[in-house]
Ligand binder design. Structure first.
Ligand code: PLP
Length: 378
């Protein structure tokens, strides 16, 4: 260990240097952050699956990892896995681009279409914070597509669209849990064939609206998906895009070769080759969906006598909102004292007085509801 006094002090640039090399919109204050709590916590703030992988499967994957040579690169692109994923989704070969986490897709799409091609972006609002965070840090041209006051999708609020625009939406939407119906998406992609519709379906396994069939008629639709939620693999970083082959081929150029490590490739391969593991993840998603409905009802009951409301959700989380920011913050802090970590959205003025709570294990959900009812006990 080097003694602190022997560490090389790094010369700091002047503010002129910073401005010379970095665009002004890239301010350090804008790094993406999530709240944390120390100790034994009930973590309901990042929409992760409450179910880790069984030890037996982890051991199987680790055994394969041990027999891999770590001094050699993995394949530049996991084409074999992409074929498996195409099968899983029921789309033809060549229509899948695998990426290390679906957020990387946003990076690739925004760099290529927004920065290089200068497309205008139309971003659903409120929605996944990373959309606007990336658009801002890249200095992209973008406008909002606002949700209605009850957080539903509406054609009335859709800005007028031009040829070459890219619309980015999450459905089911994070953080509101509301979703765009299949018919409405069908209507939009048909009505605006010169607009690219990027549909982020990170939570689709908890919903009742698969959109893949639309890919058959509409080349202006691309669908993002992830293994981070219902597959319980947030720590492995694996996501993918479903789109027409020419788009996949062009976007692959934006993905650095060798982006995946041996562990994530082996783990996802293991899941895709074992129908029992796939079935167990589907069963977890069903449990989460049932828990969501139960928890929704319990929270709705509390809300009827109190100054907040909750939206019905099609994802693995619930969205609670208040009129008053101080009241919402008070509830958030009281939950924290009970070691329950939910998520607030203080960066977004449209949902500043709101809270998202992920569906956890049945015990954790019960503790959340108990804590909330204690806060609001007469
Ligand atoms: C709507 C949405 N899309 C994408 C992601 C990121 O997924 P990944 O872990 O695959 O990067 C999230 C994560 O919370 C999300 O809410």
């Amino acid at each position: 260990m080097i003694h602190p006094s022997s560490l090389i002090p790094v010369k700091q640039p002047t503010s002129e240097d910073i401005q010379r090399f970095f665009p002004v919109h890239m301010q350090p204050a804008k790094t993406y952050a999530v709240d944390a709590l120390d100790g034994e916590i009930i973590k309901l703030n990042q929409n992760e699956s409450p179910y880790d992988w069984p030890l037996e499967i982890k051991e199987r994957v680790c055994k394969k990892l041990l027999s891999q040579s770590w001094n050699t690169y993995p394949p530049p692109y996991p084409l074999q896995l992409e074929h498996h994923i195409a099968n899983l989704c029921g789309v033809e070969k060549g229509s899948v681009l695998a990426v290390p986490g679906s957020s990387r897709l946003l990076d690739i799409l925004m760099s290529y279409l927004g920065l290089a091609h200068k497309s205008r972006w139309v971003i659903l609002s409120p929605s996944f914070a990373l959309y606007e965070h990336l658009a801002q840090s890249m200095g992209l041209k973008y406008i909002h597509w606002p949700l209605e006051s009850d957080f539903s999708f509406s054609l009335d609020t859709l800005p007028s669209l031009c040829s070459g625009d890219v619309v980015l939406l999450a459905t089911p939407n994070n953080p509101t849990g509301t979703q765009l119906s299949y018919d409405m998406l069908n209507n939009l992609v048909s009505r605006y064939p010169e607009v690219l519709w990027v549909c982020d379906s990170a939570y689709y396994e908890y919903s009742d609206q698969p959109y893949e069939k639309l890919l058959k008629q509409h080349s202006n639709l691309v669908i993002m998906k992830t293994f981070s939620k219902s597959f319980g693999a947030a720590g492995l970083r694996f996501g993918y895009l479903l789109a027409a082959k020419p788009y996949i081929e062009r976007l692959r150029v934006g993905l650095l070769p060798f982006s995946f490590n041996h562990l994530s490739l082996l783990a996802i391969e293991e899941v895709l080759s074992d129908p029992h593991i796939l079935e167990s993840f589907q069963s977890h998603s069903r449990t989460v969906t049932c828990e969501r409905e139960k928890m929704y009802q319990n929270i709705k009951d509390i809300s009827l006598r109190n100054p907040f409301d909750i939206t019905p959700s099609k994802a693995n989380f619930l969205f609670l909102y208040w009129q008053d920011f101080t009241e919402c913050k008070k509830v958030y802090e009281t939950l924290k004292k009970d070691n329950i970590l939910a998520r607030m959205f203080t960066h977004d003025p449209t949902i500043k007085a709101s809270m998202r709570v992920s569906i956890g294990t049945p015990q954790h959900n019960e503790l959340f509801v108990k804590s909330l009812s204690r806060i609001y006990s007469p």
